[in-house]
Design a protein around this ligand. Structure first.
Ligand SMILES: [Zn+2]
Length: 337
């Protein structure tokens, strides 16, 4: 009898409410069985990786990844995507400036390009793609915590790298700057105080560059020819100012984004997936938490060696002089020991 009552109640409910939509039913009708949260997370992950891949602008790929079917869905997803991007940018803005190397607008296919005034502006994102050679680069050092450990690993693995130094830090650790040069690495200019140069007036930009060159020159006896803008932030004016100093601007085309505390596995994976012939790989030697960079480095090197890559300094990769004093001396390009 009681069973009968319960059966009646159940049937009544079923009739009133109808079949309750399950949470994991389709979101856009195109992927049955996919959790909505999973889809969102995938989108976020995709966005994240797109931001990480410098210069990647795969509009067509996005459409494919987002699995859009109808134009209405497309619009909905576009709006959602914009929202996610806006949130992401907002959160990135909240991060301390020194920790961030934002992505560049585009990756040049050719190693160098000319400015609109017809003069040669040497701005590199990567080297020639015909040889299995890559350059490891480390920014923001030297510091007290990580730089010497990174130098130890490079020494042990017999790999030479390029260090883009912050002048203010170099002044405080001249011993490490000297060690870099002694061990065959190249030291380069990464500004004095790591500001966003595009926001500074021209005289300050000049000071940022010149002061760093002066300090490195005092420590090593050589004045750097290579420059990398903090956060990769450049505009035509800043670029012109650097060029007027006879310097070569070096960006990167593989960004490990190691400054944000991501796992060493993720850092290794980025290099594994993105590095190819001519790649300039960006890592850091100073920052809040670079423990994972230190952990990842031996495995990155082993991986690259296994894949048949030779690791060289940036001047060797690009065939440009490392220091003012080397200009015109082809035989000493990039390798001052
Ligand atoms: Zn930096």
């Amino acid at each position: 009898m009681r069973k009968g009552v319960w059966a009646m109640v159940f049937l009544l409910c079923w009739w009133v409410i109808g079949p309750v939509p399950l949470e994991n039913q389709t979101v856009d009708g195109s992927q049955p069985g996919v959790d909505h949260r999973e889809v969102l997370e995938k989108k976020l992950k995709r966005l994240d990786s797109q931001t990480a891949v410098l210069g990647a602008e795969p509009a067509a790929e996005q459409t494919e990844v987002f699995g859009m079917k109808s134009s209405a869905e497309k619009k909905k997803n576009e709006a959602e995507k914009k929202k996610i991007v806006a949130e992401k940018q907002k959160s990135e803005k909240a991060e301390p400036k020194r920790q961030r190397e934002p992505e560049k607008k585009k990756s040049a296919d050719t190693p160098d390009r000319r400015t609109d005034d017809g003069k040669r502006s040497v701005l590199y994102f990567h080297g020639p793609r015909d040889k299995k050679r890559v350059a490891l680069t480390f920014d923001d050092g030297p510091d007290w915590r990580y730089t010497s450990r990174i130098l130890d690993i490079l020494k042990r693995e017999k790999v030479r790298a390029t260090f883009f130094l912050v002048g203010r830090m170099a002044e405080q650790r001249p011993d490490l700057v000297r060690r870099m040069v002694r061990e065959g690495h190249v030291v380069a200019n990464h500004s004095w105080n790591h500001p966003n140069l595009a926001r500074l007036d021209s005289s300050r930009v000049r000071r940022e560059v010149d002061r760093t060159n002066r300090v490195i020159s005092e420590i090593t006896g050589r004045s750097p020819k290579l420059f990398r803008a903090p956060y990769g932030s450049l505009d035509r004016r800043v670029e012109r100012l650097i060029r007027q100093r006879g310097m070569i601007i070096v960006h990167w085309n593989v960004d490990t984004r190691d400054w944000d505390g991501r796992s060493s596995d993720r850092i290794i994976r980025t290099v594994r997936q993105q590095a190819g012939p001519g790649s300039v790989i960006l890592q850091h030697t100073a920052g809040r938490n670079l423990e994972n960079t230190v952990q990842a480095l031996p495995r990155i090197i082993a991986d690259l060696k296994k894949r048949g890559y030779e690791m060289v300094t940036v001047p060797e990769l690009l065939k440009v002089p490392a220091y003012e004093e080397d200009e015109g001396k082809r035989e000493s390009l990039g390798a001052v020991r």
